[in-house]
Write a protein that binds this ligand. Structure first.
Ligand SMILES: [Zn+2]
Length: 96
């Protein structure tokens, strides 16, 4: 009788632990750690970049700025503002 009870309890916790783990895994793999929006630096533009590192976001923004805003060279001010605007999500705080 105690075995049946134990098995039932284990099945229940196994299921919830598994789905919880898979959900967390999906978040860690798919959710971007950082994001940047053109609006964050005062641009009237809906561009939004996601990435796991600041340099990755900066690169995406530069590619976008060259084509969409014809900014071939970014000024130090723009780069500084982009860096400030890059936001870490709470999920990834303290991972590094
Ligand atoms: Zn833009």
């Amino acid at each position: 009788m105690s075995v049946v009870y134990k098995d039932a309890g284990m099945n229940l916790s196994d299921n919830s632990a598994k789905s919880g783990y898979e959900t967390l895994n999906a978040i860690m793999q798919e959710a971007p750690a950082m994001s940047f929006r053109c609006r964050d630096i005062g641009m009237d533009c809906s561009f939004e970049a996601h990435g796991s590192t600041a340099p990755e976001l900066m690169r995406k923004f530069i590619d976008h700025a060259e084509s969409a805003h014809t900014m071939q060279v970014l000024s130090a001010d723009v780069i500084l503002n982009v860096n400030k605007a890059i936001i870490r999500t709470r999920f990834n705080e303290g991972r590094e």
